[in-house]
Design a protein around this ligand. Structure first.
Ligand code: MLT
Ligand code: ZN
Length: 387
């Protein structure tokens, strides 16, 4: 997404692929301890066989490593329900720049013994140390999962449907994702997926995860009935079996892949106040006019996270000049984040100051100098280039 793991100049690539062992799993607490190179999907399978789930899930699950997930503080599709890795990671083993092995691989839920050092490495993109093992809290596997895919007539209705979902579904609401009509066009045309509902300006995917099927479907039916009768939703479909669930999720999860088949993609991953989130997309559509092939908005609405993507036939410097710094300035005015979940890597390291004050940046540089004085850990990434 941001070139965080892409070598650019003189880097050496360090692979943790062979560090793929589960170290332990506690079937009472649900604590998994494993090496950094374990693939997320394999870990999911491992804990699911034991009645638990991983607290995170994302489109790249089949290839991404848990060490990389933690290093980049990956968000993904279960964030709404289980929160950030800053909360679910219980411990880490990290190798520091001087070779010291920092063993903070505890499995304690509560530990107030001084600074919580592991937090420094979560989201540091490998710039402060190399994560070699992870201890993570896995929640129990929900017994009943439902997915509803709905069409909404406008963005205001997308927001109202979310409020109503929180109220009526309560603790079983586990995902609330949205996509606009252009996203649907991209997945149906480039990936040949079929839309399960009538054409609408917006679509939302609502997932519920709970412990009793009957109870959950009753709640979901009430919610859908209200949403349809009040006109918040114009059409919808519900899935409970695994095959249909996956097919509905694919419409949302595969947008990124469809975009990459559309041409050159300018990618933005922003945190914004939910009520203003789509204004930026409409604003840019007008600003860019025919220069852009598509200007799309989708993402984790439940987390206030917009994925704004623009495509053009080929890379265009003038289109880029119309996008940046405009998008960053717009975001900064809302006190948003210029990187909600993708990190800064190589591509976004220069825009950190739109979301962090100079004092915070200085402290980050000082921490980097303390932990990696020779600048050997993921150089040229995350922090702005120093003058
Ligand atoms: C997603 O949620 O699909 C990704 O984080 C964003 C993307 O692939 O553009
Ligand atoms: Zn995302």
């Amino acid at each position: 997404m941001v070139g965080g793991s892409v070598p650019v100049f003189d880097e050496i690539i360090l692979s943790t692929t062979l560090m793929n062992r589960v170290i332990s799993f506690n079937s009472v607490s649900g604590t998994l301890v494993c090496q950094a190179g374990c693939v997320l999907e394999e870990l999911s399978r491992y804990v699911e066989e034991r009645g638990f789930v991983m607290p995170l899930d994302l489109g790249a699950k089949g290839s991404c490593h848990i060490g990389g997930n933690v290093a980049t503080n990956a968000g993904g599709l279960r964030f709404l329900r289980y929160g950030s890795l800053h909360g679910t990671v219980l411990g880490l083993e990290v190798v520091l720049a001087d070779g010291t092995v920092l063993d903070c691989l505890t499995s304690l839920r509560k530990d107030n013994t001084g600074y919580d050092l592991k937090q420094l490495f979560i989201g540091s993109e490998g710039t402060l140390g190399v994560i070699t093992a992870v201890s993570i809290q896995c929640p129990p596997k929900p017994r009943a999962v439902n997915v509803a895919f709905l069409g909404c007539p406008g963005f205001a209705e997308v927001l109202q449907t979310f409020s109503s979902g929180k109220e009526l579904l309560g603790e079983i609401l586990s995902a609330y994702e949205f996509m606009d009509a252009e996203c649907m066009w991209l997945v149906t045309h480039h990936l040949r997926l079929a839309s399960p509902v009538q054409e609408s300006p917006f679509y939302v995917l609502v997932e519920t995860s709970g412990s009793r099927a009957g109870h959950d479907s009753e709640k979901l039916s009430d919610f859908l009935e209200q949403a349809l009768s009040s006109g918040l939703v114009t059409d919808g479909t519900v899935a409970t079996d695994q095959t249909r669930l996956k097919a509905l999720w694919a419409l949302r999860e595969r947008i990124s892949e469809a975009l990459s088949r559309d041409g050159y993609v300018y990618k933005y991953d922003l945190s914004l106040p939910t009520e203003r989130l789509y204004d930026l997309v409409s604003d840019l559509r007008a600003r860019l006019g025919s220069q852009a092939k598509h200007v799309v908005g989708y993402g984790h609405l439940g987390d206030g996270n917009l994925h704004l993507n623009v495509t053009s036939e080929a890379f265009s410097p003038s289109l880029l000049a119309d996008l940046e710094p405009y998008v960053y300035e717009w975001t900064a005015r809302q006190r948003g984040s210029v990187s909600a979940e993708h990190g800064l890597g190589f591509k976004k390291r220069g825009v950190l100051s739109y979301s962090k004050p100079p004092e915070a940046l200085r402290l980050m540089q000082q921490l980097k100098a303390l932990l990696d004085p020779k600048g050997i850990l993921n150089p040229y990434k995350t922090l702005p280039a120093q003058a």
